[in-house]
Design a binder for this molecule. Structure first.
Ligand code: ZN
Length: 439
């Protein structure tokens, strides 16, 4: 089931981003869930086209509905139109600004605590505080943590990974994890900082599996990939998704870095060639400084990467390639089998239900994404994209009280992946498509 009409529309909506002002507020904005039994319902698509809306969650095979944020001035007219079209819908967020305000409350208390305090990781933080915390974390754990610059942003900021592992020469395999490629998905970065601390704590307390993970593998963890965009979500617009870059047509700027990779770049699906779209793919593959610089770093690790996991929100999906095609990866059986064990571990941890499958089959068609690029170009068999909590109650504005449980259950899934790849022969870590190409 597809909704090509809606994807086309995604290129036209969100033009209001072009005229936003600093500290954009979302008073009275609502998120409604539109049940769409026929996803190809173009009548609904045509109604959306009349308004400046923000699609929070696309319709998918696993969920025949979508979440859309509506401006208060459009609410009455748009819902009347949806009513007339016979669409079923209900409000899932009644005031977006209220969620944003609540989200920041605990953060202001948390910032008064010492950066190294355990509560620090239970709240969200501006980038400068994250950077300070990571530096401090590396300093006090210098025997096993080193900071590595893996890229650079358009505004000249360093993209930093914490490399966690017991130093043991250059032949160690690598586990790569990144968050915050989409600026507004704060839970991804917060979860990865939690994972960093959890790995080090496990090592200090001599937990046998974690000691082994750190002896056998180097863990590269990038909590915030899209640093400029993340800062922008704190200073100007909490719901900014793209990178920051030079202004293009209509004064719009930034690219969706997760549409900017060199894998079916101009393919069909959730992508756009229009600069004002939230899923703008850019002018050419790797036109984003952030995707280009990090991809170059990763190319240098090619052949060593045992697993690559990119974190997003929201939906509670554990996804694997492909996103750009409905065709299965040659590694589908292995990816499916491992993912099934991952989601069971997540459920056992917190009774949180995650679904698993390929991006295209479970979620929707996505060309130019990093999860496919890692699989095809980097030859990483175990390449995953994870959509963390929740399923729409708060969407991107997940309250800070959920950081701990979200990170904890993710970590249980991560353990399953680590257990699987830590001892596999190197040849079995390579994606089958690369084996056939002989790369
Ligand atoms: Zn995302």
């Amino acid at each position: 089931m597809r909704i090509p009409a809606l994807f086309v529309l995604l290129g036209f909506i969100r033009s209001w981003e072009c005229v936003e002002t600093r500290g954009k507020r979302y008073d009275g904005y609502q998120v409604i869930r539109v049940e769409s039994p026929s996803i190809n319902n173009t009548e609904i698509g045509n109604i959306l086209h009349l308004y400046e809306v923000d699609i929070w969650r696309n319709p998918s095979i696993s969920c025949a509905s979508f979440d859309v944020m509506i401006r208060p001035q459009d609410l009455s007219s748009m819902t009347s139109n949806l009513d007339r079209a016979g669409a079923k819908f209900h409000s899932i967020v009644t005031d977006v600004q209220k969620l944003i305000d609540e989200e920041r409350k605990p953060a202001s208390r948390g910032r008064r605590r010492r950066d190294s305090g355990s509560k620090f990781l239970h709240v969200y933080h501006p980038y400068e505080e994250i950077r300070r915390w990571i530096r401090h974390f590396a300093r006090i754990n210098a025997d096993i943590v080193r900071l590595v610059q893996v890229g650079i942003t358009y505004q000249g900021r360093k993209i930093i990974a914490a490399k966690i592992g017991v130093p043991r020469g250059a032949d160690k395999r690598v586990v790569w994890q990144d968050g915050g490629i989409h600026a507004r998905e704060w839970i991804s970065g917060a979860s990865l900082m939690w994972v960093m601390k959890r790995l080090v704590r496990g090592y200090r307390q001599a937990e046998p599996d974690i000691v082994r993970y750190l002896q056998e593998m180097d863990w590269y963890i990038v909590p915030i990939w899209n640093v400029d965009g993340y800062r922008y979500t704190w200073t100007s617009n909490r719901l900014w998704r793209k990178s920051i870059g030079p202004k293009g047509s209509y004064g719009c700027f930034g690219v969706d870095l997760n549409r900017n990779f060199d894998t079916k770049f101009t393919g069909e699906g959730s992508t756009s060639s229009r600069a004002c779209s939230d899923v703008y793919r850019g002018t050419h593959p790797f036109s984003g400084v952030e995707s280009l610089s990090v991809s170059r770093f990763l190319q240098r690790k090619k052949g060593k990467i045992a697993a690559a996991i990119t974190l997003h929100s929201y939906s509670q999906f554990w996804l694997y390639p492909y996103g750009y095609t409905h065709l299965q990866s040659e590694d589908e059986n292995d990816l499916r089998s491992l993912s099934s064990r991952v989601v069971r571990a997540i459920f056992a941890s917190n009774q949180t239900f995650y679904m698993y499958g390929s991006v295209e089959n479970l979620a929707y068609q996505v060309p130019g994404s990093s999860v496919d690029w890692a699989h095809d170009a980097l030859c990483v068999k175990y390449s995953f994209a994870v959509e963390l909590r929740d399923t729409g109650t708060h969407g991107f504005i997940l309250p800070a009280r959920y950081i701990n449980p979200t990170a904890k259950e993710y970590f249980e899934g991560l353990r399953v992946v680590a257990d699987h790849v830590v001892d596999l022969p190197v040849e079995e870590l390579k994606s089958s498509s690369c084996k056939q190409r002989g790369t």
